[in-house]
Write a protein that binds this ligand. Structure first.
Ligand SMILES: [Zn+2]
Length: 168
């Protein structure tokens, strides 16, 4: 039996395949390995549906398979098992990518001046505002200087949150 105790990994799996996929993962964890038709039968689902979930799990590095060929018929059977360690690694990579994206957004906010339309609240950076001659293309209003401290705080808070999630 493969341990699925890590709540972060469980949340990652659930996010990837939903509660229905989680049933499949729990079953697979209890069985160590199983074929798609065994899983379909145990869960009362169509094999094609089970294969789709398995493929999503494979893409997210939560499950892997090995195949065996029947010597007489040449028929291939896929044996699936879950890989919580790979899932943990994939999750850490995902956090890293998200943090990288947010850090790029943060730099953009910090290195640019922003302007805002008083009617529609559309936001323009300095070069976009210059292109519009400091008038909103939608409302015609004169654009006003905008203090982006709250955006910066918001991005910083999300980075902190993700870093905590990555560590804890
Ligand atoms: Zn506007």
């Amino acid at each position: 039996m493969v341990s699925l105790n890590d709540p972060k990994v469980k949340a990652y799996i659930e996010e990837t395949v939903g509660p229905e996929g989680m049933r499949l993962v729990d079953l697979l964890a209890a069985k160590e390995e199983a074929t798609d038709s065994e899983l379909a039968e145990a869960l009362g689902e169509k094999p094609s549906h089970i294969r789709k979930i398995l493929y999503d799990l494979y893409e997210a590095r939560i499950a892997e398979y090995h195949k065996e060929k029947d010597k007489e018929t040449g028929w291939l059977t896929f044996y699936w098992h879950i890989t919580p360690d790979h899932a943990r690694y994939a999750l850490a990579q995902k956090h890293k990518r998200e943090i990288g994206k947010l850090e790029a957004m943060l730099r953009y906010e910090q290195e640019h001046d922003f302007f805002i339309c008083p009617s529609g609240r559309e936001r323009f950076d300095f070069s976009a505002a210059t292109e519009q001659n400091f008038h909103c293309p939608e409302h015609g209003d004169i654009l006003q200087a905008h203090d982006n401290q709250s955006e910066i705080q918001h991005i910083r808070a999300r980075i902190q949150e993700l870093k905590r999630a990555a560590e804890g």
